[in-house]
Design a binder for this molecule. Sequence first.
Ligand SMILES: Cc1cc2nc3c(=O)[nH]c(=O)nc-3n(C[C@H](O)[C@H](O)[C@H](O)COP(=O)(O)OP(=O)(O)OC[C@H]3O[C@@H](n4cnc5c(N)ncnc54)[C@H](O)[C@@H]3O)c2cc1C
Length: 341
Amino acid sequence: MTETARPRTEGLESQSKNSQQGAQSAPSGNVQHGAQSAQPGNAQQGAQSAQSGNAQSAVAAPGPTPAPRSRPERPQHVAVVESVERITPNLVRIIAGGAGLADVEDKGFTDSYVKILFADPALGLEPPFNLANLRETLPPEQLPVTRTYTVRWFDLENQRLALDVVVHGDSGIAAPWAASAMPGNRFAFHGPSGAYAPAPHTRFHVFAGDHSALPAITAALERLPEDARGVAHIELTDARDIIHPNAPEGVELNWLINEDVHDVDLLARTLDAGPWGESDGVFVFAHGERESIKAVRRVLARRGITRESISISGYWARGRAEDVFQAEKRLPIGKIEEDAA
Ligand SMILES: Cc1cc2nc3c(=O)[nH]c(=O)nc-3n(C[C@H](O)[C@H](O)[C@H](O)COP(=O)(O)OP(=O)(O)OC[C@H]3O[C@@H](n4cnc5c(N)ncnc54)[C@H](O)[C@@H]3O)c2cc1C
């Protein structure tokens, strides 16, 4: 164990700039501004999953030895960073490849995502990680953690894929990693998984999401037929992050610039105002910050959009590291659906 598996922190200046699909940074589409009173960010890290206890019983009574927990290990793929591009001020594209992608499968979803594994740098681990072994030897708080990223595009013939990572400041693990990633860095991931791709019978496509959902929305827009109709409401905190997705003419791009982290309803209000198309056959793809997506879900429920016509989830939650965000999915606060009732 000689080298760290967690990202290195060299400066951006020396990064490779040979990305193939760079989006532009000039505004396009219909830009709407929400309230602008507060700075984005200032999110506080949520509680970590530290173990507590260590209580010892006064009498060490011999008992049955618990059977070791056996859980099937999900395959890990090891990728090598080929290039890093700052697409816009707050979005970094990582193009990764290598022989480790040989058995990666593109199942055709436009919201395909992978779970990147990050190990504590103090452990000096190299990917892939022997998770079963680490679970036996490390306390839970020192185990590798995962961060989820949409596959912006696959080029598996050439064993490559691209991830677009929102760099949201110094907090977190994945965002700082992406901000300082260098060609040659290696990382392990699980996946891809996915669930959505635009259906041919959809007559009006409605997309709603924030910066974290922009890769999935853009991948879907690129997949639409030329005569597709719809709207994409995309909420950003910084107008400089507007890009020019390759969308059909009949799909309106509605950029919302919201610098007020307390205004979690802007996306929902805007979505509610339409357009909705003039017929049934609407499908809604809505993903992003949890509270904002809960507000969207309430609008969809009030409008009577049926569950089969919706792909919806929180992609992150303000003030929570992903581990906490994922764990909270089991609690009332983490549920998007129940909040809509
Ligand atoms: C299916 C799925 C697909 C996703 N695809 C993408 C993608 O393609 N690109 C992408 O950038 N993200 C994507 N996300 C969201 C991403 O997984 C989270 O933003 C994740 O928390 C980032 O990890 P981190 O280590 O940078 O920050 P964490 O350690 O998880 O969080 C640290 C702090 O940063 C805050 N934070 C986390 N994300 C953001 C953000 N986007 N903006 C502002 N503050 C934030 C947290 O609230 C917390 O306070 C996806 C999530 C899911 C579930």
